[in-house]
Design a protein around this ligand. Structure first.
Ligand SMILES: O=C(O)c1ccc[n+]([C@@H]2O[C@H](COP(=O)([O-])O)[C@@H](O)[C@H]2O)c1
Ligand SMILES: Cc1cc2nc[nH]c2cc1C
Length: 356
């Protein structure tokens, strides 16, 4: 299975830089001062680089919500009880969570995956890929075995690749897992060398003293396991999460199919840092959506060199911030396809010329 992960990673092609240059030339011919559409222009260029087309239209978009539980919840690191993971997953399957509402509005499909939720569920729409009943408590033991980490990545890869084969053209990373900001913070420390105090945030809403305790739990887990930051799988085994490993697979699998990957919040960004550590060529496919209120998100995005489009102070996860950017991706497609050029509309350019 590790061989499969390598093969999929090696299938990720460099993005089409010449299409990106052509997109910039087209943008500069449209009836607006050069650069005046700001970050929407960067988005248009990146979409051209990924799709190889100046005027791409993305019809089918899929949010993949990976759900799993975290043994480290026993240390009192979340404001919510662990059973909320399963309860919210059922809410998503019934269509009542924020991600369902926002995805319906944005015209995206939602795939819900149980990759390691504690408890057993049965729902016709659920993709049941449970690897184990939540992770081990990183404060005392490894989060998962090597086989489980590899299986989780392969699961994410296969789900993305199969959805792309069925016609999905773009993916949004989503997750649900009480305790997963602790695992994500620990992973980010291991992958970057940043300290727990720098990266750890309040997650679902910890108080000041609870936040200090959470950073101390992460510090102790890192001291106990000494994960190797060059080795993504080692980091996942020791302090990771099954849904985070699943998202690493989704990101690499989607990129291997030539699809853009819109990253949601902190957990998704850490999964992207982990994917990037395994396969740096994935970077061109990653689109930053929003800047979460979770403290470490800024640091994870900085590691990737990604500037997100939105700052909405969201910290929900599920893929919700990512889906907000789907509206912007649609807007960019319309601009590239429908705006008049200086010559077609007979508007003078900055030199006072009307080209024919
Ligand atoms: O996406 C984010 O930036 C984000 C920030 C804080 C919390 N969350 C969500 O809240 C849950 C994790 O929070 P916690 O406090 O239980 O670690 C998990 O289900 C995430 O989807 C998500
Ligand atoms: C209610 C609730 C919904 C969520 N969605 C993602 N993480 C969540 C955490 C909680 C607590």
């Amino acid at each position: 299975m590790e061989q499969f992960i390598r093969e999929v990673s090696e299938r990720i092609q460099p993005v089409h830089l010449e299409a990106g240059r052509a997109a910039q030339l087209h943008l500069d011919q449209l009836t607006k001062p050069p650069g005046s559409l700001g970050m929407l222009e960067n988005l248009a260029v990146q979409l051209a680089c990924i799709t190889g087309e100046v005027k791409s239209v993305i019809h089918r978009k899929t949010v993949i919500v990976m759900a799993a539980d975290h043994g480290v919840c026993a240390e009192g690191v979340s404001a919510f009880p662990q059973e909320v993971t399963q309860q919210m997953l059922l809410n998503m399957l019934s269509g009542g969570a924020a991600i369902n509402v926002l995805s319906r509005q944005a015209g995206a499909d939602v795939l819900c995956v149980d990759i390691g939720v504690k408890g057993n569920m049965d729902h016709p729409e659920l993709l049941n890929h449970k690897i184990r009943q939540g992770t081990g408590n990183m404060a005392r033991e490894q989060a998962m075995t090597r086989e489980q980490a590899v299986q989780a990545i392969v699961t994410g890869m296969n789900i993305a690749i199969e959805a792309a084969d069925r016609g999905s053209q773009l993916f949004v990373t989503g997750e649900m897992g009480i305790g997963n900001t602790t695992a994500s913070s620990a992973m980010l420390c291991a992958l970057t060398g940043l300290s727990p105090e720098e990266v750890t945030g309040r997650g679902t809403g910890l108080t000041d003293s609870e936040l200090k305790h959470k950073a101390a739990v992460i510090r102790e887990a890192l001291a106990l396991h000494q994960p190797d930051g060059q080795d993504t799988i080692d980091v996942l085994i020791k302090v990771g999460g099954l849904e985070i490993a699943g998202l690493v697979g989704v990101i690499l699998g989607a990129a291997s199919q030539g699809c853009p990957v819109v990253l949601d919040g902190f957990i998704s960004a850490v999964a992207a840092v982990a994917a990037y550590t395994m396969a740096p060529q994935v970077k061109g496919y990653l689109i930053g959506s929003h800047m979460s209120a979770e403290k470490g998100h800024r640091l994870a995005l900085a590691k990737l060199g990604i500037r997100p489009l939105l700052q909405l102070d969201m910290r929900l996860g599920e893929g919700t911030g990512g889906v907000m950017v789907l509206h912007m991706i649609d807007a960019v497609s319309h601009l590239m396809n429908e705006m008049a050029t200086f010559s077609s509309a007979r508007v003078s350019d900055s030199s006072g010329n009307i080209s024919l």
